[in-house]
Design a protein around this ligand. Sequence first.
Ligand code: UGA
Length: 463
Amino acid sequence: MTTTKKLSVIGTGYVGLVYAVCMAELGHDVVAIDIDAEKIAKLGAGISTIYEPGLDDLLRKHLCSGRLRFTTAYEVAAADFVFLAVSTPSTPEGAADLRHVRAAVQQIGENTRGAHPIIVNKSTAPVGTSDTLDYLLARQNGVGGHEFEIVANPEFLREGSAVQDFFHPDRIVLGANDPAAAHAVAELYAPLEAEIVFTDPKTAEMIKYASNAFLATKISFINEIASICEGVGADIGDVARAMGMDPRIGSRFLNPGLGFGGSCLPKDVRALNYLGAVHGAHPQLLNAVLQINADQRRRVIRILRDSLGSLESRVITLLGLAFKPGTDDIRDAPAVDLARLLMNEGAIVHAYDPFAMRSFSALFPQVEMFEDAYAAAGHADALVVATEWEEFATLDLERLHKIMQTPLIADCRNVLERARVLDAGFACFGVGTGIAGLGAVQRRTTRRVRTVPATNQTGVAAS
Ligand code: UGA
């Protein structure tokens, strides 16, 4: 049974929007606040600003039920709880930038008008941020001691399955100095069956960073093992599968590829690394995790260059732009690094992604977008699978072989059956399996005349 509470959620990015919508589904009255008027207008009209499975239906359902509203006004005075879900991007040094958190706290202080809602911090922020918020609010209200209870409640949602994760959490972490405040927040989640970890604010903040850093470490670990497999001729697929059978290791996050991307893992490892360094620790492991991640993208460029001789004026097609399947998010996506590195070497980049082309086009207007994988592969000198969208696993390889300039596929997510690729006459690179069939590239030496397609307003080339 839910006791309906009034919630204000500040920030309508991935976390804030998902929380606002899902909290309404749990039975609470939610006001979602953002300074971006255009975004608020869209959301208020029932148009989701992100692609997230299951979100649109719930958004429209609760706009209709009246349990969810969107506004640019800081409506926090009537709230029982104010959720802070603003972004904490990286500074150039790798620290978490708290500008948005500070601005939101300032607004909360100015607009609560004597009320004292519990502040629930969901923005990923350095260890000690809850104490900083407490201090800022107290200072702003001109009182000596603290007035607001602050609860650190880190989120563990994955993009692409955020709604599902919200309703089936592995754990809920609540860090507070006042146990009553933490229990009040726990009550909000009462309908969810999840283990709750009650702890202090700093520990809650650290749990979030340590969790993301561990996931990133697992990915860099398997990428390093994959490189060694390439050298010694071992099968990375079998290695990862058999390792994962040990429950102490676990099978998840052992997929080698282009390294971790997205708005969270890279930023949080950098922030923890920075935090460790400024507190006198020597975070060598975290440094190595970041290095391996960056190298994972650079080595693909090296492999393409070695296979093709030079990348100058070569057409390289990126299949997949999102940082992972199930999302349109390209923040810190491997494809962003690949596009930049390829263009630095003089390559012409073509691309296709089922959801992420619009945002990629905005970032790289010079990259030509196509309406499907085949249109993008026409006259290409290499195909690079950069995101493991399901549709790429079943590509018609014979068709690709006919339309490409050079039969070379870098399957950087290991989605294609390698034997099938080689049988179709391609040279093929796989992560952990290396390059094979290079003879196919060398045999095809003459270059066909390339026709460059016109680009329409959406950034998608007309076929
Ligand atoms: C991550 C965490 O998984 C969430 O628990 C956390 O809440 C979230 O960050 C956050 O801090 O907000 P997310 O960024 O959605 O979630 O993405 P992940 O599913 O963790 O994937 C991150 C990256 O690692 C992707 O680029 C993915 O392709 C890559 N990855 C993942 C691999 O290369 N190999 C794997 O085996 C798994």
